[in-house]
Design a binder for this molecule. Structure first.
Ligand code: ABU
Length: 904
């Protein structure tokens, strides 16, 4: 027996000495281990608090009876992120608060009588992998834990998702992820920390207040931020606020690419969602890209420590640059400290509590300085005042200082819920000691329902949990002014119709909120008025001249000079000129004169006038060279009475094709006004400020180029054929069409100019030069029309004037009728010319009859010769047969004799 007792003692001693899980500690165990721990760290300083609690009066100004006898210990397992390189490492501020709460709770006689609470904790480093391992260790390592507490969203997610498997309830003091509100995924999770989505209504209120309807989001790819961004996106969509872009980057990477993408979207209002370490990198990159200053408003998370931006280690920005980058940004954060002077459940007002907490931190600091001053986390390093931080406010505050009341209240909430649970279980004759990780979840359920009912005034305000286990809180808005955070106001998103409550004015460097976008000022480059008016004037003169020439043609229609030029075709040509020159005026009418919604009419009119005008103008000339070609190459009667019909039909046919094409164009792809950017100028250059960009645009009729190509093909064929005819008839002089040679010359001009102008006018570079384009096209049209009129009519008019002059001088001399070639004709009075013409027609008719007779005689002669040849062949053949048979003669040698015998 004695041997057994000794052996058992040895085994127990060995187990105690070779503890397989030395990585986590209870507060009391820690005191023992301190004597052997040669490496002091920040955790150790905090644990010192526990060791000094009882003999430190600052912890207990209300002098609760802390000597009460506790007989049973209830164990809490805690995750406090205190070291690490990413995420939220606010355990440094929260652990002391949790320990204060434990002390206060344990000191209360009326709370958990017969029980004391003890905390076993781990530095999770805000690392879910490490947290998972520590959780299993803490669960499987006695003593049994009745509840878990955690901070940092990534850790709470993994802990809370698995805790239910062990009938464990989790209370989060520092986890803001909206994903944690999912009751199916986290059925036993409660938190004193409000969800991060409570920032979003506040952000939205600010967007609306300052008239921002275009925002961008940059976020770190952690569930907490992704869910918050998703919620913000949905709210923005509902509020008609455009989300310009949403860029993200991985937590342990550099945000450079994301920042490049962000800059490309040209945002002005940027919401940033990331942990502090990445916030520094983002703001440094923002500085480098110029995404800071008076034109930009950054919305950051408000729970970083106040001097988070001052640590420039590992950044490529100086402190000065960082200060510029963060200046003026706004933050939103949940209000997690009771704002009034009411005494809270703990017996302190929040001010008293804060004072007490600050004293504790100071005490820890004192201990820490002597122990680990060289190993303090960067955020706690005193700020070098020469580094241009004029008024640093929270030099010695550890990370998590802001969330400390949440950690304090989390322990109180647990204590209250446990207290009610024990009472509840007592009434059912169940002891809390029967609580087990596996098996029945009855105790867990009782605990859950008690936790749900929890409602008390805590240091962080009213502590109550919503149906999804979330904390309800107000948000606070702050702005960084001169390197320090200044309170701007509050917003209570939980209340319907809530308004922003301003305490201070936001400082806007320009006196007012910046614009949410670069203002794009469109400037349509219209035609230069002097150019346009000059062209209008020239066209008008051209139209008047054309009309006058029509009149001239009509009034001198009986004059052989005019009559022999086929005046109807010339009139059609002049009408075409009038229409083409009108189209030039239409081309000059731009958005200054035509409202945008009616601009399509101008587009249509331009196309119709130019096409129909061209068909009349060129079609009539085409007909003339064609007739000239027929008359010169075929033996056809001169232009008769049907000539007028012919010209009308030909030109009408060309116009019909135009009508078909233009109608189809209108029906299938109607033209409309469009503007195209040709140049961009910054507003600074034009003294309009850097928020403005001037876009120089040109306006034209939007059309599918296929229609242009179709018309060009058709007109091109006409031009080519016209050119051919003009070339073929270049040397032909016809009395019936006395100006056909001149018309041929006109066709050359028109064809060449059209072949150049048509394609060039479609080249983009040309189209972008509104003035040059207009001048180029309109001068070509005017030139074609004017040259044709000059070539065809100047000789006629000149001749007419010459005749009039002679007549006026009383000259009676008669000259023979002219050949009709451009005004070199002899002067004839009207009667003589008519007789002459009749005589000519007679002669031509006789000539034709004679020609016909000659042709008849000719064919008779040909028939006779053929018959003679036939007879001769026959005779030769007969002779050959006769002589050949008797004499063997060559028949050709006897031709003469045969002929003589036949008497031919
Ligand atoms: N206020 C700290 C929140 C940290 C987190 O949600 O991870």
């Amino acid at each position: 027996m004695a041997f057994l007792i000794v052996a058992l003692s040895v085994i127990l001693l060995a187990l105690f000495v070779f503890n397989p899980h030395p990585s986590f500690v209870t507060c009391s165990q820690y005191l023992d281990s301190q004597s052997t721990n040669t490496r002091p760290d920040y955790n150790s300083i905090i644990v010192d608090l526990e060791s000094n609690v009882d003999d430190h009066p600052s912890l207990d100004p209300h002098n609760h009876d802390i000597s009460k006898k506790k007989i049973e210990t209830l164990h809490i397992a805690g995750f406090f992120p205190m070291t690490g390189t990413g995420g939220w490492i606010g355990g440094s501020g929260c652990l002391p608060a949790a320990k204060m709460a434990l002390h206060d709770v344990n000191a209360r006689e009326d709370l958990l009588p017969g029980y004391s609470l003890e905390l076993t904790y781990q530095d999770s480093q805000c690392n879910p992998g490490k947290a998972a391992k520590y959780m299993y260790d803490m669960i499987y390592e006695p003593p049994k834990k009745v509840i878990l507490v955690c901070g940092c969203s990534t850790v709470c997610s993994i802990v809370a998702e698995s805790a239910n498997m062990w009938n464990l309830i989790v209370v989060g003091y520092g986890a803001s992820s909206p994903a944690l509100s999912d009751r199916t995924r986290f059925p036993t999770f409660f938190r004193t920390h409000p969800s991060a989505i409570i920032h979003n209504p506040t952000r939205l209120m600010l967007f609306k207040k300052f008239g921002w309807s275009r925002v961008a989001i940059i976020l770190e790819t952690e569930e907490v931020f992704m869910e918050t961004a998703r919620d913000l996106e949905q709210r923005c969509r509902k509020a008609n606020i455009q989300l310009l872009t949403r860029v993200s980057f991985v937590g342990n990477g550099q945000p450079t690419d994301a920042m490049d993408n962000l800059k490309r979207a040209d945002p002005r209002i940027i919401v940033g969602m990331f942990y502090k370490q990445q916030a520094r990198r983002v703001m440094c990159e923002a500085y480098k890209r110029g995404l800071y200053g008076e034109k930009y408003v950054w919305f950051l998370i408000g729970w970083y420590e106040d001097n988070w931006w001052t640590d420039v280690k590992g950044l490529s920005c100086t402190l000065e640059e960082m200060k510029k980058a963060v200046e003026g940004h706004l933050t939103t954060e949940a209000l997690v400290r009771n704002q009034d002077d009411r005494t809270t459940l703990s017996g302190y007002t929040s001010k008293e509590w804060l004072k007490r907490f600050d004293q504790e931190l100071a005490r820890i600091e004192t201990i820490g300085k002597s122990l680990v001053s060289s190993q303090l986390p960067q955020s706690r390093q005193p700020l070098n005042k020469t580094q241009n931080n004029p008024k640093p406010t929270t030099l010695e505050r550890p990370e998590g200082y802001q969330e400390a009341p949440l950690a304090y209240d989390a322990i109180w909430a647990i204590a209250l819920a446990l207290n009610s649970t024990i009472n509840n279980l007592d009434s059912q004759n169940i002891n809390i000691r029967s609580y087990n990780y596996s098996g029945t979840s009855h105790i867990k359920n009782v605990f859950l329902s008690e936790l749900k009912k929890t409602h008390f005034l805590g240091i962080s305000g009213e502590v109550a949990f919503s149906a999804i286990g979330d904390r309800i809180a107000k948000t606070q808005i702050e702005q960084m002014i001169d390197g320090n955070y200044t309170l701007i106001g509050y917003f209570d998103g939980s209340k319907e119709q809530s308004e922003l409550e301003f305490k201070n004015k936001i400082r806007w460097p320009r006196g007012g909120p910046p614009k949410d976008r670069t203002k794009i000022q469109e400037v349509v480059q219209y035609l230069s008025l002097p150019y346009m008016l000059t062209i209008f004037l020239i066209s008008l003169v051209g139209i008047i001249i054309s009309a006058s020439l029509i009149y001239f043609n009509w009034s001198h229609r009986n004059d052989s000079l005019i009559r022999m030029s086929h005046p109807p075709s010339n009139n059609i040509m002049l009408l075409g000129c009038i229409i083409c020159q009108t189209s030039v005026i239409l081309l000059g009418l731009d958005g200054r004169f035509i409202p945008s919604n009616q601009f399509y009419l101008i587009c249509d009119l331009r196309a119709w006038f130019l096409n129909i005008g061209f068909s009349l103008f060129f079609g009539s000339m085409f007909w003339k060279v064609w007739q000239s070609y027929l008359l010169s190459t075929r033996n056809i009667p001169p232009l008769g009475k049907t000539a007028n019909q012919q010209v009308f039909m030909t030109v009408g046919f060309f116009c019909l094709i135009d009508v078909i094409i233009l109608t189809m164009w209108k029906l299938y792809e109607p033209m409309d006004r469009t503007t195209v950017k040709i140049k961009e100028q910054s507003g600074t250059e034009l003294d309009l400020g850097d928020d403005v960009i001037v876009e120089l645009k040109i306006e034209y009729c939007q059309a599918n180029f296929s229609w242009y190509y179709l018309i060009f093909c058709y007109k091109g064929l006409l031009l080519v054929f016209g050119l051919f005819l003009a070339y073929e008839t270049r040397g032909v002089k016809l009395r019936q069409l006395n100006d056909s040679k001149l018309v041929g010359m006109c066709i050359y001009n028109v064809a060449i100019l059209c072949f150049i102008t048509g394609p060039v006018s479609l080249v983009n570079l040309m189209r972008q030069q509104a003035n040059y384009h207009y001048l180029f096209v309109s001068i070509t049209i005017i030139f074609c029309c004017s040259l044709s009129k000059i070539l065809i009519f100047i000789p006629k008019v000149a001749e007419y004037l010459r005749r009039r002059k002679k007549k006026a001088l009383g000259s009676g001399s008669c000259e023979p009728s002219g050949s009709g070639n451009h005004g070199t004709n002899s002067v004839l009075d009207e009667h003589s010319s008519r007789d002459d013409e009749e005589q000519l027609n007679r002669l031509e008719k006789e000539n034709r009859e004679l020609m016909e007779k000659i042709r008849e005689r000719d064919s008779q002669m040909k028939a006779m010769i053929a018959r003679i040849e036939e007879a001769r062949d026959w005779a030769n053949k007969s002779l050959c047969e006769t002589n050949g048979q008797s004499l063997g003669f060559d028949p050709r040698q006897n031709q003469v004799s045969l002929r003589s015998r036949k008497g031919i």
